[in-house]
Structure formats: C-alpha cells, structure tokens
Design a protein around this ligand. Structure first.
Ligand SMILES: C[S@@+](CC[C@H](N)C(=O)[O-])C[C@H]1O[C@@H](n2cnc3c(N)ncnc32)[C@H](O)[C@@H]1O
Length: 217
C-alpha cells in the first residue's frame, strides 16, 4: 500500500507509458479529492488508466463551472470512471457506461469516491456502442466522453450511440487528444457535422487535447 505522499508523486504526468500498474492515483478536481484505481495491464486494455483527455475535460468543467445538479447524465467509455464520478459529485444523476469487462473497476472507483448518501445518483451499466444504445433512454441532458475517438472503426457505432441518446436540448462534451495517428480530428470534422453542431470550446495545448461541445442539428 502506498502512502498518500507517494501516490501524489505519480499523479503527474498522466502519460500512460510512465504510469506503474495497479496504483491508486490521487487527483484534486473541481474541489474534490479523488482516489482512482488504475490497472495498466492487458486485462483492462485501454480502459484501465486515466487518459489525459479525461483530466482535461474535468479541468474544463472547473474552468467553465459546468452545472450538473439535477441533470440526467450519461458517460460513454468511462474507463476508470473519473469523469462520471466527478459529474456525480457535482450533483448529476449519472449513468457510467463501458464495455462489460471494464465495469468492475468502475464499481470500485465509484464505491471509493461517491459517499453512500449520494451513491443512488450513480448507475453503472454495460453499453457497447452500436449494439446496446437502444436499451437506454433518449432523454439525457448531458452526454460525456473522453478519449473515445481513437480508432476509425468505432466512429460510426459511436455516432449511432450519440444519435440515439440525445435530443435537441442535450449537450454533449467530448474531449480527445488530437493525435494524427488516430485521425481523431476526422470524427469532429467529418463524422459528426452532418448530424451535430460541433464547437471547439477549449484546448489544452500542453496535452494536445481539445474539448468539443456538441449539440444535435
Ligand atoms: C482510451 S479509453 C478512455 C477511458 C476514459 N474515458 C478516460 O478518458 O480515461 C477508451 C474507453 O472507451 C471504451 N470503449 C472502446 N470501444 C468501445 C465500444 N465499442 N463500446 C463501448 N466502450 C468502448 C474502452 O473500454 C475504454 O474504457
């Protein structure tokens, strides 16, 4: 078991190649001290760690004082659950989703960070894009996603999922590292625009991450 001081030392940077496996990351976001378990091995794939885009999206919430109280929120591809947990701590009624294999880690992190008095406002469910979205309602106020756009084969299933879950008033916040190898910019410039307004609202230059505010046309 590491001490809090040791854990704090490994909170920067979040680059996946420098993170040791199976650690607890301590991070303060929007006035909340979060302890997020990460698993950097093949059992969790890309969902096991905190990606820069998740941290940048949380920083954007803080900078813009985004309000979650009383809002019905769904997070796609939650990974460790960092973003959805913060949205729940900020008052949202949040459904954290990912592929089934990733859910146990989200459950651990929800239990560790959301007090029992608030835990009824968070739900954890399996949602594979392009397959499961029709089992979910279509009336979310806010949809969240960080570092979801990293393989072109998932762009259409992700688009189908966003189309089902949203209505004209839904606000979707997506954050991505703008990595030329993943061609993430084409999702925002080509895939979304026929169906959604897609506005770049924040950029973290040091992490090369963009936050987009997306609404249905
Ligand atoms: C790069 S990770 C980002 C995790 C987290 N959002 C973050 O920022 O730290 C991508 C996440 O999307 C999930 N994912 C990938 N393809 C998916 C799919 N087809 N359906 C649902 N989730 C998927 C992965 O399991 C993983 O948790």
């Amino acid at each position: 078991m590491t001490t809090m001081k040791e854990e704090e030392k490994i909170t920067q940077p979040f680059s996946p190649d420098v993170l040791p496996p199976n650690k607890v990351i301590c991070i303060r976001l929007c006035g909340h001290n979060l302890k997020i378990a990460i698993t950097f091995d093949s059992s969790q794939g890309v969902s096991g760690i905190i990606w820069n885009a998740g941290v940048v999206l949380c920083n954007y919430f803080e900078k813009e004082a985004i309000r979650f109280s009383g809002k019905k929120v769904i997070e796609l591809g939650s990974g460790t659950g960092l973003v959805g947990i913060l949205a729940a701590l900020l008052g949202g009624e949040v459904t954290l989703t990912d592929q089934a294999y990733a859910l146990p880690q989200i459950e651990v992190n929800v239990a560790a960070n959301i007090p029992p008095s608030d835990v009824r406002r968070s739900t954890i469910s399996a949602l594979s894009w392009g397959q499961d979205q029709n089992s979910f309602p279509a009336d979310y106020d806010i949809i969240l996603g960080s570092e979801l756009v990293f393989h072109p084969s998932s762009y259409i299933p992700l688009l189908q999922t966003l189309l089902h879950l949203s209505h004209k008033e839904t606000v979707i916040y997506l954050c991505s590292a703008m990595n030329p190898y993943t061609m993430s910019s084409s999702f925002y410039h080509d895939t979304l625009p026929p169906y959604f307004n897609c506005q770049l609202v924040y950029r973290d230059e040091s992490k090369n991450c963009n936050v987009y505010k997306v609404t249905k046309i």
